[in-house]
Design a protein around this ligand. Structure first.
Ligand code: IVH
Length: 669
């Protein structure tokens, strides 16, 4: 490697050459010769030099490629044409500036911007040969077998065309909610789950996920000869039975703003996630004349809804370390008032997101606060002074090497005694949705932890022995100390339905716990005994609603020495790791029936209330539809469960029918 003091022009050239050679070895030959970290160092050095000496930047610089989502486990595919991204606009003025540049007398396609994972589908003579992620924009991951599991995607085209189709893999909200519920709520949103799902190792696992696809563009075999408009592309895609997003319109400039407003009004009714609109020139000839930058076409713009935006500067970047060890980078920004509150932090989600934005310390950025509580960095207006930020390789709290887990885009600290993880586990345990220990929140846990009074659950439940120390700290009044201690004591009344999920063990959330209890596995001891059996895996897999991932995770916990000791000690301290008997009625009309539920209901909110009636009166509730399910109770917004139940010929019951069934049986609700 050349010394860093070299003249900048030479150094930029040397770095460019070196990085390109590494790219070649990594992507094409799969034979990298340096670590990712060393690569990242070279990359950020080049980026920084290019910012300081823009006059020496080569148009083919490796820094000019679109952010990469490549994973090492997939084979690579060189895209036939660069896969570009879209430039965002955030208000009509900004959009209009662009319209003026494109020529005002044009037709535009106005489409939903679907919030999922971008995919390229390569058909040769009508056969789907390769499905490839966007990757770096130049090279993508081949995920063909995974994508082929998506229902409604044609594997063969009637037209026999050679065509590259571009689309978005997504998930409906209702499907996401049902699926996420089964997985203990571990996925943040449908977009992350969709992107993670297509990167699964096993296509059989992907097939279980309710993925869907919409396509929105195509490049035909021998150029676009004969095709002059976007409208025709969409028509041809339709004829070949591709799923197209609803509502797309081709309209003249003067109708644009009015139609954008109409889209805005119905944006929450689509049922699938949208993060704005895409406005594209309809004329392909006009598109060609405008061309594209290295990142995005000049003939299209994304239009973001409701993004209440403010500009500020990233002063520093730190991290939130969750109870699961997940590391979320957060930008510390110059305090800015946004939607009535002062924002000091904005999330940067993960490394992929940072790369996509080109964010880093010193960057001037736009932050937004939409429906979410935590503001996010949305756009980089002027580049960072210290290069694009790279997540550390070690946990900022305990220095453990960070790892990616499964299909996640996130990095995790795997040290379960990491102080941040321990603190957040305690906060989680006490939270409203878990043990609901009143008077204990983030602030109190922070104090207990920092003062060494309670670093884990056993110490939390022994806190009554430290009443004097708690008082002596002068951080809490006597009354608050007593309230805290009695809330801890009171929480011992909670049974296995809450104690198990509150431990925060992976895949052992409320839903899974319910299923275990319903199937007679209603205590920790029973679970431990089961795990010791030879056929434990089989027995657990037979339970409806418990997938293979959950089986493996549960067996792992039930054999894990530390977890076993923890629960043993908590039981000694008086916590219940057994489910209380639930009241059973004499009326048992649902006996031998297995009910599943989907959608929403007027009289049962949350819908679990309907299932509680069923279990109280002899039935079983299950979280997913299978051949063993006998009934599906469905309401508006029903997801993929309804389709599956129809396919399997399961008895379908709507809310009205359910109510009259209850009435007939004399069951109150
Ligand atoms: S057109 C070169 N149309 O948004 C034009 N993109 O931020 C490229 N997306 O990577 C895209 N819905 O994954 C287009 N109707 C739509 C879209 C859409 C969602 C995604 C796509 C792209 C990203 C750009």
């Amino acid at each position: 490697m050349a010394p860093k003091e070299e003249d900048p022009k030479k150094r930029i050239r040397a770095l460019t050459k070196e990085i390109k050679a590494h790219n070649e070895r990594y992507y094409k030959n799969n034979t990298p010769t340096i670590s990712d970290k060393e690569y990242d160092l070279l990359f950020s050095e080049l980026k920084k030099l290019e910012e300081n000496y823009p006059e020496f930047v080569s148009p083919n610089s490796p820094t000019k490629t679109v952010g990469s989502d490549l994973s090492s486990q997939f084979s690579k595919f060189k895209h036939q044409v660069p896969v570009l991204s879209l430039e965002n606009t955030y208000n009509t003025e900004e959009l209009w500036e662009w319209i003026v540049k494109t020529g005002e007398d044009e037709l535009y396609s106005l489409e939903w911007k679907i919030d999922g994972a971008s995919i390229l589908l390569y058909y040769v003579d009508g056969k789907l040969e390769n499905c490839v992620t966007r990757g770096t924009g130049g090279i993508g991951d081949v995920v063909t077998e995974n994508v082929k599991t998506i229902k409604g995607l044609p594997h063969e085209l009637k037209s026999g065309r050679t065509v590259t189709v571009r689309g978005e893999i997504y998930m409906n909200f209702s499907d996401f909610e049902e699926f996420n519920e089964e997985y203990g709520g571990r996925f943040a949103n449908p977009r992350n789950l969709s992107a993670g799902s297509i990167k699964q190792k096993d296509p059989a696992e992907v097939a279980k996920r309710p993925l869907r696809i919409f396509v929105y563009d195509a490049i035909f075999g021998k150029g676009r000869k004969g095709i002059t408009e976007h409208k025709e592309i969409l028509k041809l895609l339709k004829e070949d039975k591709f799923p197209l997003a609803p509502d797309t319109e081709i309209i003249p400039t003067k109708q644009l703003l009015q139609h954008i407003e109409a889209f805005r009004k119905k944006k929450d009714k689509t049922g699938f996630p949208v993060d704005g609109l895409v406005i594209k020139l309809n004329s392909l000839e006009k598109r060609e004349s405008l061309g594209e930058t290295s990142q995005s076409p000049r003939w299209a713009r994304a239009f973001k809804f409701d993004a209440l935006l403010k500009d500020t500067v990233i002063e520093d970047i730190d991290f939130a370390i969750g109870r699961t060890g997940k590391i979320t980078p957060r930008a510390k920004v110059t305090p800015t008032i946004l939607a009535g509150t002062t924002v000091t932090y904005a999330t940067l989600h993960n490394q992929d997101y940072i790369n996509e934005l080109g964010a880093g310390i010193g960057a001037k950025v736009l932050i937004s606060k939409r429906g979410e509580i935590i503001p996010a960095v949305e756009k980089v207006i002027s580049p960072p002074t210290q290069g694009v930020f790279q997540l550390p390789t070690e946990c900022p709290s305990c220095k453990t090497h960070l790892e990616k887990v499964d299909d996640s885009v996130d990095f995790f600290c795997t040290n379960r005694h990491c102080p941040e993880r321990e603190k957040n586990s305690l906060i989680f345990f006490c939270a409203k949705k878990q043990m609901n220990i009143e008077n204990i929140g983030e602030k109190q846990i922070e104090i207990f932890y920092e003062q060494g009074l309670a670093k884990n659950l056993v110490q939390l439940y022994s806190l009554h022995k430290k009443r004097e120390e708690l008082l002596a700290m002068n951080r809490f009044a006597e009354k608050s100390v007593d309230n805290i201690l009695s809330a801890i004591e009171k929480s011992k009344e909670k049974d296995f339905r809450l104690t198990l999920p509150s431990l925060g063990l992976n895949e052992a959330g409320h839903k899974v716990t319910e299923i275990l209890i319903e199937n007679g596995l209603d205590s920790w001891d029973k679970l431990v005994a089961l795990a010791k059996k030879k056929n434990a895996e089989e027995e657990l897999s037979n339970l409806h609603g418990i997938g293979p991932r959950t089986v493996q995770a549960l067996l792992g916990h039930l054999k894990d020495k530390e977890t076993l000791t923890l629960v043993k000690n908590l039981i000694k301290l008086g916590l219940k790791f057994k489910a209380d008997e639930t009241e059973k009625s004499n009326l048992q009309p649902f006996i031998d029936q297995s009910w599943c539920v989907t959608g929403s209901f007027e009289n049962f909110q949350p819908r679990e209330k309907a299932l509680d009636i069923i279990t109280k009166h002899g039935g079983r509730k299950v979280s997913s539809v299978s051949s063993k399910t006998t009934h599906l109770l469905y309401g508006p917004g029903a997801g993929s469960k309804l389709e599956k139940a129809e396919e399997l010929g399961i008895t379908l019951v709507n809310e009205e029918e359910f109510l009259s069934l209850l009435k007939k049986e004399g069951i109150p609700h």
